[in-house]
Design a protein around this ligand. Structure first.
Ligand code: ADP
Ligand code: 5GP
Length: 199
């Protein structure tokens, strides 16, 4: 059997630290595959089933969870979310980097399950800058924003439990640092030819 050469890269941190921004940049590399989570929450305008999430009914989610299809699952704001096992196995077997963008709760759950992966905590340069960025994104009401900042302080205390901490000050520097950690700074991942075939 072909040995799995890929690796799992978990990008985590508090809301507004820059997870999505950094993951979007990493995904310009075709050696990187994004983990599309399953969720029971309703689809938002502009979202695409299978691209943003796999949107499932609560019944289907439970059935698939009970069948062991998720490596982790969690309830967030009354909806269920889970990371699918099969795409992870396929990506790793193909020697690709399986990129999981995940909140701190989910990452620590995976860490405690000893899921093999590189756990990267994206830290804001300061709480003031995090506040500015979250406010600048303009996607949360002032009340939700305050709640997220409060939570962010607790989450930042968990950074010691990660394998690496990358401070997202200058974006380009942070992206390059994550690339280096994942072994993506040069050439293809060992074992994966540039055409994607495994040799
Ligand atoms: P998350 O996915 O962790 O919630 P986002 O990627 O949405 O965070 O980033 C939050 C906001 O901060 C976005 O408006 C994004 O454009 C901005 N941002 C992210 N990284 C940087 C950076 N290094 N410098 C300045 N602004 C940034
Ligand atoms: P949203 O519904 O806004 O897309 O995501 C809400 C929250 O669910 C975010 O904090 C996000 O990180 C988290 N989330 C998304 N997918 C997963 C997943 O597969 N597992 C876990 N544990 N959390 C997830």
């Amino acid at each position: 059997m072909q040995e799995a050469l890929g690796r799992m890269l978990l990008v985590s941190g508090p809301s507004g630290c820059g997870k999505s921004t950094i993951c979007r940049r990493l995904l310009t590399d075709d050696r990187v595959v994004f983990s599309v989570s399953a969720t029971t929450r309703p689809m938002r305008p502009g979202e695409v089933d299978g691209r943003d999430y796999h949107f499932l009914s609560a019944q289907e989610f439970r059935a698939r969870r009970d069948a062991g299809e998720f490596i982790e699952s969690a309830e967030v704001h009354g909806n269920m979310y889970g990371t699918l096992r099969r795409p992870m196995e396929a990506a790793l077997a193909a020697g690709r980097v399986f990129l999981v963008e995940i909140d701190v709760q989910g990452a620590l759950q995976l860490k405690s399950l000893e899921v093999p992966g590189i756990f990267v905590f994206i830290a804001p340069p300061s709480m003031e800058i995090l506040r500015e960025r979250l406010a600048g994104r303009g996607t949360e009401s002032p009340k939700v924003l305050e709640r997220r900042l409060q939570k962010a302080e607790d989450e930042c205390r968990e950074r010691e439990r990660y394998d690496h901490v990358v401070v997202n000050d200058e974006l380009e520097t942070a992206v390059n640092e994550v690339r280096r950690i994942a072994g993506l700074e040069t050439g293809p991942v060992a074992g994966l030819a540039s055409d994607g075939a495994i040799r």
